[in-house]
Design a protein around this ligand. Sequence first.
Ligand SMILES: NC(=O)c1ccc[n+]([C@@H]2O[C@H](COP(=O)([O-])OP(=O)(O)OC[C@H]3O[C@@H](n4cnc5c(N)ncnc54)[C@H](O)[C@@H]3O)[C@@H](O)[C@H]2O)c1
Ligand SMILES: O=C(O)[C@H](O)[C@H](O)COP(=O)(O)O
Length: 372
Amino acid sequence: MKITIDENIPYAQEFFGSLADIQLLPGREITNADLQDSQALIVRSVTRVDQRLLANTPVNFVGTCTIGTDHLDLSYFQEHDINWSSAPGCNANSVVEYVISALSALNAPWITSTVGIIGCGNVGGALYRKLKQLGIKCRVYDPFLSDGQCADLTDLEIVLQSNVICLHTPLTTTGPHPTFHLLGDNELELIADDAVLINAGRGAVIDNQALYRQLTQRNLKVVLDVWEGEPNIMLKLLDHVSIATPHIAGYSYDGKVAGTEMIYSALCKHLSRLPTVKVGDVLRELESPALHWSGNRFPSDIYAYVRQSYDILNDDKIFRASQMNSISPGKAFDELRKNYPIRREFANYYLPTQVSDRLKNSLIAIGFRELH
Ligand SMILES: NC(=O)c1ccc[n+]([C@@H]2O[C@H](COP(=O)([O-])OP(=O)(O)OC[C@H]3O[C@@H](n4cnc5c(N)ncnc54)[C@H](O)[C@@H]3O)[C@@H](O)[C@H]2O)c1
Ligand SMILES: O=C(O)[C@H](O)[C@H](O)COP(=O)(O)O
């Protein structure tokens, strides 16, 4: 048996090599010819998996080590009896930490503000629970949830009037509530001038042309991890965005490896094999998990601790430089993602003992640990 795998999937050999021969290829370059003798295809979000890629191949299992599934033609899979699996929730916590890093780096008064969440599934729901634990007022728009599932559901128009607005929907073009260009001119105009808008869902959920028009007229603070047309983003938009990153919100190492393990387990099930490799076999504890003492001011010192684990402004700086200095910005976008450094989640770090109770409680609520 042979499995074709995106070369950017960490520990592909350790997990999938225990099941079959593996062929590692760049995700954007996998072709139909590459799959002529593969029974399984394991991808990330950059490989469009449809009839063009799969027709007349023996592939009968497709796994994506990601949360998003908009790159998979699920109707084609159903029509051709192709088993498939995604990795729901694998990097949800990574995205939540990205949002917290963005808000604390912007020095926005988010701790005392109202946060609007659009799309309250694995990612939005995890963010919602963390914010509630911090005592932050939330408003949620998710037309697929009922009041029994979330007490703060309200209309999109109301959510857009929050101090912070976070987008966590999938990208959909069909169904009763498609998200493609969910935020266009009319919706963006409802957002207050001093608000923060964060998109770490999918780029095309915001009409990027409309966003550009807005940002040339007013100083809304916008954080974009995802962009329309990735990897070839609208470069002129970059100048108007407060924090810009190349679709790495979900790129904590913990999240990526969890995605690999989930798809490995799904493929084992498909093959009626028992999984023998676990995350703990490959992912080690940090050698230096202790955070340095960095002050006790609440809430401004939250960033001082967060940045020791993940400094979003560093990602922003590197990304801007890559887009400005490269003759091929699209390639540079992909290269940054391919060579993204190892980023471990907050739960791998311990707080210094001097941190005051008030600050400590908040840092623990967002995921850091206390030394006992
Ligand atoms: N930037 C990144 O690195 C990154 C990482 C992980 C996930 N994502 C994206 O985030 C998306 C959400 O992830 P998730 O794990 O929370 O997915 P999920 O399926 O668990 O939740 C999505 C939620 O969005 C809601 N929704 C659907 N259509 C909506 C609409 N029109 N308006 C408001 N809400 C709507 C759904 O009801 C659901 O509750 C993924 O589909 C993926 O595209 C991005
Ligand atoms: O959907 C997801 O899980 C995320 O967007 C994920 O981080 C995408 O990463 P990629 O597959 O493009 O490497």
